[in-house]
Design a protein around this ligand. Sequence first.
Ligand SMILES: C[S@@+](CC[C@H](N)C(=O)[O-])C[C@H]1O[C@@H](n2cnc3c(N)ncnc32)[C@H](O)[C@@H]1O
Length: 542
Amino acid sequence: MKTADLLTADKLRGGFYSPPGLVEACLDRVGALTRGRTGLRVLEPAAGDGAFIRGLATHELASRVAHVTAVEPNAGEAGKCDSALVTAGFPGLVIAKSMLNGARPLLDRYDVAVGNPPFVRFQFLTMEDRQGAAEVARESGVALGGVSNLWIPVFLSTLIRLVPGGVFAFIVPAECFTGISARSVRTWLTRYVDDLRVDLFPPGSFPTVLQEVVVLSGQVTGSRSPDMAPALKVVEHTGAGPVSWVHQLDESTTTWTRYLLTPAQLSTLHEITSLPGFYRFSDVARLTVSTVTGANEYFSVDDRTLSKFGLEAWALPLLARIRHAAGVVFNDQDHEALSGTEFARWLLSFGPEQLDPESSALCSQYLRDGERQGLHRRYKCRIRMPWYRVPVVRPGRLLLSKRSHRYPRLVLNEARVVTTDTIYQGGMTAAFTNQDRDLVAGFHNTVTLLTAEMEGRSFGGGVLELVPTEIGRLTVPMIPGLGASLIDLDTHVRTAGADSESLIEKTDALLARAVPALTADALHDLRAARTSLLQRRMDRTG
Ligand SMILES: C[S@@+](CC[C@H](N)C(=O)[O-])C[C@H]1O[C@@H](n2cnc3c(N)ncnc32)[C@H](O)[C@@H]1O
């Protein structure tokens, strides 16, 4: 993670401006939602140099705008925005303050809000803005919760300033659909917005936009009767024209990734996951976070370090990275094959029942080395006595990486290796004790991996991250006897390469034979669904 001094000033304030095409997409939507209305009071909460004001000036909406309030804390950019306002000829003002503190008392209520809120990690925010964000959470009635990003409170503080019937159209990061802290935004939209719509654009549509963005728009509800379910219209802009579908929203749904699928795809998925033989992962197995060392590079060592410091007495066999496992089974030979490489394959465990590490001159030297690096002062280390006594989690039969590229790979741990916090470990539930081979053999199928795309979250570079609760929500097949094919599948992955799509095809074929209701047509639809989510994730570069 970059620290503030390594980031450019522009990145620190989220200073990436919107291309005219995206501004127009927002304004067209506002135009349609406010049809017939005049005297519109407009708010632009993070105005930059005024891209939206320039866009408004030439849009059909211009004649219906009565007043524009623009907020931009950067003085230089606020000045440019002011010039844009004067050139456009709209009555209005530019407030050169933060939307989260200085500007708040100066704001009114508005008929329209448009913009592109700043994408800046919370860690880079001033204390005043953080306090302002907490205030916004209180005012909007949704918990901001945990780590967050500036775009969320800026967006929410704008939405709550719209009058009933007020309209908005914003360019927001695609993480709006999946991010944990963006759940506050999703909750607010579900509760208070009608005509909610998201516009998706093909990757690369706006070359200057670094992050995958979507246009989110709607109308703040006056008062919605409790029996009226909120709906989300998804419009996908493709080369062949727009394609759209509608989903009823459910506030309890943790992420909105599922709404990127068409209702037909979702209903096929629902049909298949309701078949006998399909279970929630948490019903058949449990995975948990493994050993937290506080300094993985130090406590995980390769053969060279092991022998240099005579650490053999304190070494447990380790799988440090899932990519060090070539197949879907990790056995003693696989662990042995890592010998002599630079890959760490041992975890140091200085448990109380073991030989005192200070009794060995070489081992003591290794410990002093760690202290020279200041590791004993790291939070996780300094709360232990002594700092190097890592509470090692016993090896589990099942291993799954926290982060994956194309898909998460479930590995059967025959070598009984331990793992650190980059690979979860666990085992089967009591009801399925002896079916671990069936589970691993069936795991890499289209249905399960589609649910992984829906439950997980994606980060920069398209990485998919799953935390244990999300893994628990995956749908997995449990077909007695499927484990007989495990060795065949394992051999296949080792030649085809980890991350190969052919493992999925082979597993699908096995499943289709065992579950006749999983028809070729259903599999075809679900493959298309998974590919569309996977592609979106891979295209995410922000
Ligand atoms: C992504 S840019 C968008 C600018 C403009 N709306 C556009 O679409 O081109 C986000 C803007 O938010 C501004 N900003 C940063 N922190 C802010 C805050 N606390 N309140 C309001 N605006 C902020 C940045 O200076 C930047 O100009």
